[in-house]
Ligand binder design. Structure first.
Ligand SMILES: N[C@@H](CCC(=O)N[C@@H](CS)C(=O)NCC(=O)O)C(=O)O
Length: 202
């Protein structure tokens, strides 16, 4: 099995954390892959038409994307924890947290492209501010609903990866300020070996 990978991608990190928690990380070969929206990686386009990271190739050649699909596949192989509650409210809480965290990541990653990849004269400040407002409101939502951050699920893993990405790419926007409950939760959750082994790198 192969994971098309960059050590900076929070979506890749989500898959890797799941793989460590499920005890299958050593069964996955990492394939370093460069993606920049303004410089399409045509060779990678033969693996996945969207040319986004991550993509995952099974041993039979089937390529899976995007990250939530890969995480659920990894969970199906688990030799340890199960991260996708099968039924009931536990499932909807976990998937809702995942959707919220991916919303934070989509907004934060796109804003990073806007401010670091797009030529300075073409940047659109109101658009970036609109994206970062989504991030801030989602963080406030987590602070108000910190009781939902229970246990180890695809939801809590995704929240951890989103907060880790903000620390990595937005150190000038201190998300902990005014959100003490979320900060305390993250401090403890990020000590999991699966998180410590996957800290993002440029
Ligand atoms: N919804 C996708 C998002 C993946 C994504 O946006 N990945 C970024 C890297 S962090 C990417 O590949 N960007 C390149 C591009 O958008 O062309 C997923 O969950 O897999």
């Amino acid at each position: 099995m192969k994971l098309y990978y960059s050590p900076a991608s929070p979506f890749v990190r989500k898959v890797l954390v799941c793989a460590h928690e499920c005890g299958v990380a050593n069964d996955i070969e990492l394939v370093p892959t460069k993606v920049v929206p303004s410089e399409p990686n045509r060779e990678y386009g033969r693996v996945t038409p969207l040319m986004k990271l991550p993509a995952f190739e099974r041993d039979d050649g089937l390529v899976l994307f995007d990250s939530i699909v890969i995480c659920e596949y990894v969970d199906s192989l688990s030799k340890g924890a199960r991260l996708f509650p099968a039924t009931g409210d536990a499932r909807w809480h976990a998937l809702r947290l995942h959707a919220l965290s991916d919303g934070i990541l989509d907004a934060a990653v796109l804003t990073r492209y806007e401010n670091h990849v797009r030529p300075a004269e073409l940047r659109w400040k109101a658009w970036s501010e609109g994206q970062l407002l989504k991030v801030d409101q989602a963080l406030d939502f987590l602070e108000a609903n910190v009781r939902d951050l229970e246990g180890l699920t695809i939801g809590t893993i995704s929240v951890g990866c989103a907060l880790g990405y903000l620390d990595f790419r937005y150190p000038d926007r201190p998300w902990r300020q005014g959100r003490p409950k979320l900060a305390a939760w993250y401090e403890s959750f990020a000590k999991r070996p699966s998180f410590e082994k996957t800290v993002p790198k440029a």
